[in-house]
Design a protein around this ligand. Structure first.
Ligand code: ATP
Ligand code: MG
Length: 387
């Protein structure tokens, strides 16, 4: 008999012939998540198992954040041919319970000497006899459920701890996330990564107009994303020169929009370098002047690859709730300024005209500015277990 952690997967069930590809990716991601904890991770019969872990609580905390995992169950494994051992494990797992319970058995081994109803009855009876009146059976609305799975071994568990769901990172290709220090972009990145997309982040900073603390804030946000994404690479791009030039040479009400077009140009260059296929932003229709439909069209046309905006139809309050649940909200609301806010014009154009944008951009040496920014980007690699 030994303790282990049983990992259940979700949407991968829907896959057909290519299911093994997704499962192997999931095992790799789980392995990465528990790296350094000394355990063994393997796949068998539609389950991922983790054994020999010293700190089970920390192991579960990490695995719950692995995209593709539906739930995590601390379990006991016993020899399925030792029925006494199964009964003992059932007793151990239900020792602290009071109230109503039921046993729910499943067997993938159809030759097992008991079928599921017989397993339920025999194990339930044993638990009841040893409970000194603490427990009663309720098969419809039990307070506790003891799960028994007869596979290559027997697995018993009572807690089914929900995990993040989604698809294993890496199975959905690669994208570049434009990561500011705000509330929205980390949530946008989370949503796309949850669909199995590997992220590389790009952050624009305008030292000395934005401080070292503002830069560190973004690295910390990326650190939280890294826990879900099995690590993340961040390009920190110096943006001061571009902002100064835009400010000096372009119409004041167009500076934000032109700046955003430069962000897209640079992000796309980095995406090409990283073999990423799309860009991701935290924009949502109408949230600020640069996110009106007209402004978004002007930003969009810069990119020759798809721009994913998973928050496009979200209210701010819903984004905030999501940020709170993934754990980025607290850092996002620290008061350090972003490069966008430093140079914000008083009256940004909400219905921009393309001719005026092009007039403004003609004053700038776009190729050189973009080239220089990409060249001077600093790369920070953040691993999943940095905290
Ligand atoms: P957020 O809360 O994510 O900062 P926002 O509501 O403040 O978004 P904007 O400042 O207009 O909106 O930015 C829109 C999107 O542009 C952001 O969600 C992000 O994807 C990208 N972005 C903005 N500033 C930066 C930056 N300094 N570095 C990288 N990406 C940025
Ligand atoms: Mg912002």
């Amino acid at each position: 008999m030994r303790k282990l952690v049983l990992v259940k997967y979700g949407e991968i069930y829907l896959k057909g012939l290519n299911r093994p590809y997704f499962l192997h990716a999931l095992v790799d991601r789980v392995r990465q998540a528990v790296q350094g904890m000394g355990g063994k991770v393997w796949l068998k019969d539609a389950r991922v198992y983790i054994s020999d872990i010293d700190d089970q609580e920390e192991c579960i905390r990490r695995v719950r954040k692995v995209f593709g995992v539906h739930s995590v169950c601390p379990a006991i494994e016993t020899d399925k041919d030792d029925f006494e051992g199964i009964l003992r494990a059932a007793e151990i797992l239900t020792a602290g319970f009071t109230g109503s319970f039921k046993v729910e058995s499943r067997r993938s081994d159809k030759h097992y000497f008991l079928d599921s109803p017989q397993l339920n009855a025999k194990i339930g009876e044993h638990v009841l006899m040893n409970a000194d009146g603490r427990l009663r059976v309720d098969v419809h609305h039990p307070q506790h459920t003891l799960n028994v799975e007869i596979r290559n071994e027997a697995y018993l568990y009572t807690d089914v701890i929900p995990a993040v769901g989604g698809m294993p990172v890496g199975t959905g290709g690669k994208a570049v996330l434009l990561l500011s220090g705000g509330i929205d972009s980390p949530v946008a990145g989370y949503m796309i990564a949850k669909r199995g997309v590997e992220l590389t982040a790009v952050h624009f900073y305008s030292f000395p107009y934005t401080s070292e603390k503002a830069r560190q804030k973004v690295i910390d946000l990326a650190g939280i994303l890294a826990e879900y994404c099995c690590g993340i690479k961040v390009y920190v791009v110096p943006f001061t020169r571009i902002q100064m030039e835009i400010h000096a040479r372009c119409p004041d009400d167009y500076t934000t929009l032109i700046m955003r077009r430069y962000m897209m140009r640079i992000a796309q260059r980095i995406a090409e370098k990283e073999h990423a296929l799309a860009l991701v932003t935290g924009e949502s229709i109408g949230q600020v002047a640069s996110q009106t439909m007209e402004a978004l069209t002007m930003t969009d046309e810069i990119a020759s690859m798809p721009v994913f905006r998973p928050l496009i139809g979200f209210d701010k309050i819903d984004i905030i709730h999501q940020a709170q649940s993934i754990g980025t909200y607290e850092i996002s609301t620290l008061p350090y300024e972003d490069c966008c806010t430093v140079f914000t014009p008083k009256h940004p154009a909400t219905k921009p005209k393309k001719s005026r944008i092009l007039e403004g951009e003609k004053e700038l040496n776009t190729d050189e500015l973009v080239e220089e920014a990409v060249l001077n980007a600093q790369i920070v690699e953040i691993s999943a277990d940095r905290q």
